[in-house]
Design a protein around this ligand. Structure first.
Ligand code: AMP
Length: 188
């Protein structure tokens, strides 16, 4: 099974992806986690992207497409994967289509987790308080991340709706209830 989890920052994509990873033996591919690992290891790429992540802007499509193209062919993705945080632009979505096509792979579903803005700000404030390790988990950067989501990532929604792949889920429910709805979609 190959899935995309789509939704604004704080929608709970990572939480749901981890659960699906355990339940279905899929690999969670979080591009945010991959970039943070590059930064933590002080790699050339990490140094290039550090200030971009801190600002809430997007890393270039070229870098992200190359990162995912390389990753989905690894053995741990053979049983399937959950893309968490990719694609984030229509150009990335188009590049993903090409790469899946080249590997003769299909996408099973695009799950859009919908959460309203007030709730997102509340969740990020809580995450900043409890975790405190992400420099982009603060109100100012969060405003930019949300704007970037609206301007550059939300256009992916009609892209996948047009392909009949989009499955919207009400992300305002409890983690357990969101999980149940996702399971129902995947069982169908
Ligand atoms: P996330 O953990 O998914 O919220 O990602 C954290 C940050 O990493 C984002 O705010 C972007 O700066 C960068 N990032 C993650 N995934 C992508 C992507 N697919 N395209 C561009 N930038 C990304």
């Amino acid at each position: 099974m190959r899935l995309i989890l789509l939704g604004p920052p704080g929608a709970g994509k990572g939480t749901q992806a981890k659960r699906l990873e355990d339940l279905h033996g899929l690999k969670q591919l979080s591009t945010g986690d991959m970039l943070r690992a590059e930064i933590a290891s002080d790699s050339t790429l990490g140094r290039r992207v550090e200030s971009i992540l801190a600002s809430g802007d997007l890393v270039s499509d070229d870098i992200m497409v190359e990162m995912i193209a390389h990753r989905i062919t690894k053995p741990d993705c053979e049983k399937g994967f959950i893309l968490d945080g990719f694609p984030r632009t229509v150009a990335q979505a188009e590049a993903l289509d090409d790469m899946l096509h080249n590997h003769k792979l299909d996408l099973d579903a695009v799950i859009e987790v919908q959460v309203n803005e007030d709730e997102l700000f509340g969740r990020i404030a809580k995450r900043a308080e409890e975790d405190g390790t992400r420099p982009d988990d603060n109100v100012e950067v969060m405003k930019n991340r949300l704007q970037v989501y609206k301007d550059l990532t939300a256009p992916i929604i009609p892209y996948y709706t047009g392909k009949g792949m989009l499955k919207p889920v009400d992300g305002m429910q409890s983690i357990e209830d969101v999980a149940k709805v996702i399971d129902t979609i995947l069982d169908a």
